[in-house]
Design a protein around this ligand. Structure first.
Ligand SMILES: Cc1cc2nc3c(=O)[nH]c(=O)nc-3n(C[C@H](O)[C@H](O)[C@H](O)COP(=O)(O)OP(=O)(O)OC[C@H]3O[C@@H](n4cnc5c(N)ncnc54)[C@H](O)[C@@H]3O)c2cc1C
Length: 302
């Protein structure tokens, strides 16, 4: 593998912007993460296809990232390429009750646009940061509503095959998981919403936001919920009940507002966060015999 050769070749691609040794702390909501060998923004499907050909030829592994709001990147960074979708993937159109949007669209904009068009179905996503691509990969949502349930179709770019459209009903949607990662790069999603009274949509959005403000450390650097809730229980309740709320390690701390959030108080490392993750896991396992699973995705060597 030659990162240098790939870098030179990628620089020549129209619509591809490439950086070497890019600190991932700049691209994650945790503000944590060492350098990615290559950080690549692809503005079109053609640029994406050409980029992937070069990475394959140079045998450089890659991952796709959205806004990094669900990522913990190792302090040593990522030996490979982090791929982000640019311009062409930030557009969306509304047609009747459908919103067709590029994977790089910010979910919050889609939520607002749906509201302005009198379309219900995305109220649960008020306050969920990140892109549509990230939301589809993670099946983002709340306890009782998630993006998969309003997804009509997803278009993937599959290296060697090109663009493939999957019907929403043919995709496996789980709790904070979908059958999409590993199948290709999500480039577009089509959401099917329901015409509704804007006043009702607004009321539901406000309810979601108020709940979030009351229960989450808004404004703090975090990656949202660290663990998925175990069946019939809540990870936050379990962590709080073993007395870990407020526990700090280095610059990382279990939030005083919600024990399933780890916040970066400034200068936290991925090792600090991982230390707290392991402490929470061990304490909950020892007390309850429950094995907490992380919702946050890890990138790089830990
Ligand atoms: C304050 C805060 C609150 C949050 N609240 C919620 C919540 O209520 N509900 C919830 O579900 N989540 C929540 N999250 C987590 C996070 O916002 C969501 O998971 C979000 O959907 C991730 O989007 P992203 O663009 O940042 O993806 P990233 O974090 O960049 O990536 C997440 C995963 O998706 C994959 N991915 C991203 N884009 C693509 C693509 N185009 N193709 C293929 N794979 C891709 C990545 O490889 C990675 O595995 C919260 C996070 C924060 C910081």
């Amino acid at each position: 593998m030659s990162v240098g050769a790939a870098y030179d070749a990628l620089r020549a691609i129209d619509g591809t912007d490439v950086h070497r040794d890019e600190p991932m702390a700049r691209h994650t909501s945790f503000h944590i993460g060492g350098p990615a060998d290559l950080f690549i923004v692809c503005d079109s499907v053609t640029a994406l296809s050409d980029t992937l050909d070069i990475l394959a030829a140079e045998q450089i592994p890659f991952v796709v990232a959205g806004k990094g709001t669900n990522l913990l990147v190792s302090d040593s960074g990522y030996r490979g390429a982090v791929l982000v979708l640019g311009k062409q993937f930030k557009k969306h159109v509304c047609e009747g009750e459908y919103i067709r949007a590029g994977a790089a669209c910010i979910l919050a904009y889609l939520v607002q646009d749906a509201f302005s068009k009198g379309l219900a179905g995305l109220e649960f996503a008020v306050g969920v940061p990140g892109t549509l691509g990230g939301a589809l990969a993670m099946n983002a949502g709340s306890r009782d509503a998630w993006i998969g349930s309003v997804t009509e179709s997803v278009t993937l770019y599959v290296p060697g095959q090109g663009l493939i459209r999957l019907r929403g009903n043919d995709i496996e949607w789980g709790y904070r998981s979908s059958g999409l990662p590993g199948r290709g790069i999500i480039v577009e999603g089509e959401l099917r919403l329901t015409p509704s009274d804007p006043a009702r949509i607004r009321a539901e959005m406000e309810r979601s936001l108020t709940r979030r403000k009351q229960t989450q450390p808004m404004g703090a650097a975090s990656a949202g919920s660290v663990f998925v809730n175990p069946e019939g229980d809540s990870a936050g309740r379990l962590i709080e009940s073993v007395g870990l709320k407020g526990t700090a390690l280095g610059g990382a701390r279990i939030s005083d507002v919600h024990a399933n959030f780890i916040v970066n108080d400034g200068g936290a490392t991925a090792a600090d966060v991982l230390g707290i993750v392991n402490k929470a896991r061990t304490s909950v396992r020892d007390r309850y015999g429950i094995e907490l699973q992380t919702e946050v995705r890890f990138l790089g060597e830990f």
